[in-house]
Design a protein around this ligand. Structure first.
Ligand code: GLU
Length: 467
């Protein structure tokens, strides 16, 4: 194991979404490709908005994505003593102080600064008053008044903020709860985190966190801020762009390895390679290929990546998911062996497992439950075609080798004898067998359906037309 330690610290105030999953993935990959350690920490100090249900949902999504963690999940709500201890240490060393200003007073100070053309901030009124604890009092960091706070961002380069732009920010609220900046620094430092990769919406917090590392005497980790994921309209990704939670993607039939593959390319590249297995990513991932520019979420590309991963699976791997999805559609009792034969026919034709199930329905539906569009049948099955199909039915019944090769040969001879084209019969047969105008190749479909279903379905359509 190397000494690289990364972490993913979601707040359980919502499901795991695409952006969070990508952050988790980058941290996971960086740990894995260095034989380092990946920590999961649930940041649930906001007790009003955090729920157990969301924690469970996040853990389930991480699990499904295969982003396993080496330590945790830690819960910040169970670590309050660590935060208090560090706050007390800062108070004792004079690097933090009690502030008795009311929120209204602070708001007035911010407004005043704003009106003077300065950054709105707390003006440090209680900084040197030497106040002790008391109701309504918060604890603030005694931040440096001049100079710069500097850190080297792994992705964006050097980042420097003039300390006059920052204020003595709050470490502990009046209700005794630690703020995000305090808790995150204490945890990252005590957990030995060496590298923090996160969305660049957090970059404005980083100088404050750097100040805290310095005040607490902890070694600074590396920071890398990845550009946010934007919708195709360049606006921040949201529901209207289809930015669903990870578990919703599972529901819709995306493979975890496909989602991982798609997400990694939102901000990371390896030449122009688009498709990666998980092992390949662990092998090839490196921080230096993380990009600086915004990443645009493209649902069509996600579909393409998913279709490629579906194609590359062994049929046996998809048979189980297919059986389950058909069960969810009320089609239970599907034989796994039969499912394994259906899968290869549909693999090249679908983008998601949901589509796989949808397109497999006609294979599985009892013959008498297959619905036909009456008008489609009537236009397709002319009396001439019906005649041919009656004859063909008898021949299919007697066919010894009911394989795609045997079927192709039989039909070839039949067409030749009648002097007609394949086209004339192919579509009516397809419709009788599937109820649809599009299906996988006719002979392979017939082979997989098997003699009994083929004869039943053709016979039933002919009867329906006679009725
Ligand atoms: N709990 C924070 C969030 O979910 C963590 C941010 C960080 O990585 O420091 O945004």
């Amino acid at each position: 194991m190397s000494n690289i330690v990364t972490r993913f610290p979601p707040s359980p105030t919502g499901h795991l979404h695409i952006g969070g999953a990508r952050t988790a993935l980058f941290n996971w990959l960086y740990a894995r490709c260095n034989q380092g350690k990946f920590i999961l920490r649930i940041e649930d100090t906001d007790t009003e908005r955090s729920t157990r249900e969301m924690t469970d949902s996040i853990l389930e999504a991480m699990d499904w994505l295969g982003l396993d963690w080496d330590e945790g999940p830690y819960f910040q709500s169970e670590r309050l003593a660590f935060y208090q201890e560090q706050i007390e240490a800062l108070l004792e060393s004079g690097l933090a102080y009690y502030c008795g200003c009311t929120p209204e007073e602070v708001e007035a100070m911010r407004k005043e600064a704003w009106e003077k053309g300065e950054k709105p901030k707390y003006n440090g009124r209680c900084r040197d008053l030497g106040l002790g604890p008391g109701p309504g009092r918060v604890v603030r960091l005694k931040a440096p008044l001049d100079g710069q706070t500097v850190f080297q961002d792994l992705i964006k380069g050097i980042n420097a903020v003039d300390n006059r732009e920052l204020d003595d920010f709050i470490l502990r609220r009046a209700d005794n709860t630690p703020t995000y900046n305090l808790a995150v620094v204490v945890d990252d430092a005590l957990m030995g985190v060496t590298c923090i990769l996160r969305g660049d919406d957090h970059i404005s917090n980083t100088p404050k966190q750097v100040m805290l590392y310095q005040a607490l005497g902890f070694a600074l980790p590396d920071f890398g801020h990845v550009p946010m994921i934007l919708g195709p309209d360049k606006k921040r990704l949201s529901k209207r762009h289809g930015a669903m939670s990870v578990l919703e993607y599972r529901e819709q039939g995306y493979l975890p390895e496909a989602l991982i593959n798609y997400l990694v390319r939102l901000g990371w590249s390896h030449g122009d390679q688009e498709l990666f297995s998980r092992e390949e990513l662990v092998d090839k991932f490196s921080l230096k290929n993380l990009g600086k520019s915004a990443c645009i979420f493209n649902p069509e590309k996600l579909d393409w990546v998913n279709s490629q991963h579906i194609k590359s699976k062994q049929p046996a791997e998809l048979a189980g998911p297919l059986v389950l999805r058909l069960q969810n559609r009320g089609l239970s009792g599907l034989d796994r062996g039969y499912a394994e034969k259906i899968v290869p026919l549909l693999q090249p034709r679908v983008k998601t497992l949901e589509q796989l199930a949808e397109q497999a329905v006609f294979f599985v539906l009892p013959d008498q439950d297959l619905n036909y569009d009456r008008e489609m049948l009537e236009t397709c099955f002319t009396p001439e075609i019906k005649g041919y199909l009656q004859e063909l039915l008898a021949e299919l019944n007697g066919l010894e080798d009911f394989s795609r090769g045997g079927l192709e040969q039989l039909l070839g001879e039949f067409l030749k004898e009648k002097g007609i084209k394949f086209k004339l019969l192919a579509q009516p047969i397809r419709i009788a067998l599937s109820g649809k105008k599009a299906s996988p190749g006719l002979f392979e479909t017939m082979e997989v359906l098997g003699r009994e279903r083929v004869l039943n379905r053709l016979g039933r359509v002919l009867e329906m037309l006679d009725a």
